[in-house]
Design a protein around this ligand. Structure first.
Ligand SMILES: Cc1cc2nc3c(=O)[nH]c(=O)nc-3n(C[C@H](O)[C@H](O)[C@H](O)COP(=O)(O)O)c2cc1C
Length: 207
């Protein structure tokens, strides 16, 4: 079966993408508003854009009812945020933070989430997060201004906090960081089952 994106509606495109591009890591983003409200929201259209320099990419799917979500508005206003990584013990509270809270309500206060002072940005992070990427806005790429279109936020990483409890021999261990992934609909995945594969040595395959 083939789908022509010109023919099907944007919601159908969205479902095809979020149900197949899985599991997606979750950026749980804290940011300060112009008036100092500490916002927190999850974004799973999230990946690494560059390691040298370290840059993260997060995409806002444009809302239908307003110009922008609070995270993008805050990034435009203050240019800073923290990308908190979501371990399984934080999944329920992360999900609670995606509700449509008014811009003058801090999800930290509404949900009783403890914050942690950042080192290089004014926005605080989530204290319980095992990894926190402190970021400064590099660029906003408007892919489309249409409803359900995308604004890609490119974020320069200026400090990385890692909880020493998730380190083994100085490296972040997958079983300790215990991240969750986003699937389509309301589904999530854990990382309890893992398997390892060595990268191929093409010399052996082509001989
Ligand atoms: C796990 C999860 C992942 C999400 N990923 C995205 C995303 O990548 N892009 C987006 O625009 N909204 C995403 N949402 C919805 C936003 O979190 C939601 O619109 C939220 O209210 C935005 O908050 P803000 O206005 O404080 O930025 C996601 C929600 C959940 C629960």
């Amino acid at each position: 079966m083939n789908f022509d994106p010109i023919v099907i509606d944007p919601s159908a495109c969205y479902r095809l993408m979020v149900n197949s591009i899985t599991p997606r890591p979750i950026a749980w983003i804290s940011s300060l508003s112009q008036t100092g409200v500490l916002n927190l929201a999850p974004y799973s259209f999230f990946t690494v854009a560059s390691c040298n320099p370290p840059v993260l990419s997060v995409t806002q799917v444009n809302p239908r009812d307003r110009a922008a979500k609070d995270t993008l508005t805050n990034l435009r206003a203050t240019g800073e945020c923290v990308v908190n990584i979501v371990s399984e013990n934080l999944a329920a509270i992360m999900n609670a933070s995606c509700g449509d809270y008014p811009p003058d309500v801090s999800e930290f206060v509404a949900l009783g989430i403890e914050s942690a002072t950042s080192h290089q940005v004014r926005a605080a992070g989530v204290k319980e997060a095992n990894v926190r990427f402190e970021c400064k806005l590099r660029e906003i790429l408007e892919v489309s201004s249409l409803p359900m279109g995308g604004h890609m936020m490119l974020l320069d990483v200026v400090n990385i906090y890692v909880n020493e409890a998730v380190l083994v021999d100085g490296q972040i261990a997958p079983h300790l960081i215990d991240t969750v992934g986003k699937l389509g609909g309301d589904w999530y995945s854990t990382t309890h089952e893992r398997f390892e594969m060595q990268r191929p040595d093409v010399k052996n395959i082509l001989k």
